[in-house]
Design a protein around this ligand. Structure first.
Ligand code: G3P
Length: 495
């Protein structure tokens, strides 16, 4: 299995980038290290590509896209199914990278790879159907028009899609951009995140090995400070699909007139009503708040508990948190080190602010390098940063509220509006809350989650632009093209 990936590494041990069907070393002669969040060792090196190499990658993608767009849909689907097979066959080394690069628990790492292969297969199937369908309009459906014009509407590719996934799902959220882009007839340039980059290169190797024509898929690596803006403002880019943090906002300010698909995080609120099943709510809050150490855009980021059930709910959540194991990703611990020292420092800052402002700590603060034990905070108040900011770490604040309206008001006052959830036994309450919550998705009686991957996924306000999910991504990565057939008026009305 390891031999499958042998060619993506240079003799120096650094991973290569992929341009126009070739695995290459950068002419810069420089590499960028990747720090293991658990051991703080620099386990991997990737190429520090230059702006000239970025130009080469886009030139290759632009040229290759022209014939890729003419490749039959069934053939594109065939390539994608082959990629999915290769990913399943060669999943373990890719999953091992996720463990070492981003401290993802080993079991979850493998799940991410397999889930991604499934996503590719589904995209191929969905693309065959949805991209193979068009529309026919006749002119006489508009007032006063004769019936001699026929408008054929089809979906055509955008061109070159720049795909920038985040560190927390460097395989799955890369594939969710690559597969629909390719199925829709676009070429892609992948810029993996700084951590998760090696897993991303392994994933790209499966696309390369499936025999996609040279230039259709490419991966470029390097320092954001040197190639970041150059990539996102490059004139060859026809669409940007980005998942990550605030960087997305600056990308959207600088990007030209290209479609943007952005998912920029969430402060996902969990409203627990007085009539809720508290055991169900507590188990979802613990899992939703702390899986992958809270480093998910869809993690439960604030609990809004009705006063009358708050004591009981918090006790149940506390009991669940106490059972979480803290340790190494290799051992499948529930809580593993957060991605970087900067991230751990940011989380600590939020926790210290909450302590100064009087939050009640139900767990003891413990930090060893990037490993932070789960933090459960009760009696959090709106003046605390943690009530509004996204820790992206194992910290869960509970705010006690007097009414559902107050909870919804808190949720809607956030600049982030990705997902939210409500726990209640009353479907009317659930629908009323869902209608009132200004978030892209509301989950009823379950914690927020992006998947299954074919569900629409979108954020309101600063949480994003556009909608993801396989069908929506396929639609987003195409544009509408009309061909109007102007028939001779008389002959078309004969008989
Ligand atoms: O953090 C990114 C977001 O996509 C999380 O996905 O599948 O963990 O809900 P998921």
């Amino acid at each position: 299995m390891a031999e499958f990936y042998a060619h993506i590494k240079a003799s120096s041990g650094a991973y290569k980038y992929f341009c126009n069907g070739q695995w290459l070393e950068s002419s810069s002669g420089k590499t960028v290290p990747v720090t293991n969040p658990s051991t703080l060792q620099k386990d991997y090196q990737v190429q520090a590509c230059t702006q000239e190499e970025v130009n080469n990658v886009f030139a290759a993608a632009k040229a290759a896209q022209l014939s890729w767009a003419k490749t039959p849909l069934w053939k594109r689907a065939e390539y994608l199914h082959k990629v999915a097979v290769l990913m399943r066959q060669n999943a373990q080394p890719m999953a091992d990278c996720l463990v070492k690069e981003i401290a993802k628990p080993a079991k979850d790492a493998l799940t991410e790879v397999i889930r991604s292969a499934d996503l590719i297969d589904y995209t191929a199937e969905e693309g065959l159907r949805s991209l193979g369908e068009g529309q026919l309009l006749t002119s006489d459906s508009f007032p006063g028009q004769p019936r001699n014009k026929l408008c054929l509407v089809s979906k055509v590719p955008l061109g070159v899609v720049l795909c920038i996934p985040p560190f927390n799902y460097p395989v799955n959220l890369a594939v969710s951009k690559l597969a629909p882009s390719l199925m829709a007839g676009n070429a892609v340039v992948l810029k993996p995140p700084s951590q998760g980059v090696v897993a991303g290169i392994h994933m790209l190797a499966c696309f390369a090995a499936a025999g996609l024509p040279a230039g259709v898929v490419n991966v470029i690596t390097g320092k954001g400070s040197e190639i970041g803006d150059f990539l996102t403002t490059h004139p060859a880019v026809n669409c940007i699909s980005f998942t990550g943090g605030d960087t997305g906002i600056s990308i959207s300010h600088k990007a030209g007139m290209v479609p943007l698909q952005m998912e920029l995080g969430g402060k996902d609120a969990c409203i627990v009503c007085s009539d809720a099943d508290l055991d169900l709510a507590a188990s979802h809050i613990v899992k939703g708040g702390f899986s992958y150490s809270g480093q998910r855009c869809t993690a439960v980021k604030v609990v809004l508990a009705m006063q009358d059930i708050a004591d009981e709910l918090v006790a149940k959540v506390h009991a669940g948190v106490a059972k979480l194991s803290v340790g190494r990703p290799e051992d499948n611990a529930d809580i593993t080190p957060v991605v970087s020292e900067a991230s751990a420092n940011f989380i600590q800052g939020l926790v210290e602010d909450a302590r100064e402002k009087g939050a009640q700590f139900l767990t003891e603060w413990r930090r060893e390098n990037n490993l932070i034990a789960p933090v459960l905070l009760d009696h959090v108040t709106p003046d605390m940063r943690i009530a509004w900011e996204e820790p992206f770490g194992p910290v869960l604040p509970v705010l006690r509220v007097g009414s559902i309206d107050e909870a919804v008001h808190h949720c809607n006052s956030s600049n982030l509006g990705l997902q939210g959830c409500v726990f209640t036994r009353d479907i009317n309450t659930a629908m009323r809350v869902s209608d009132a919550m200004q978030t892209g998705t509301v989950q009823v009686n379950a914690a927020p989650a992006r998947g299954p991957d074919h569900f629409p996924f979108q954020g309101f306000r600063d949480s994003g632009i556009g909608s993801q999910g396989i069908k929506n991504s396929l639609a987003m990565m195409t544009k509408i093209k009309s061909t109007v057939i102007n028939l001779d008026k008389e002959s078309y009305t004969l008989g």
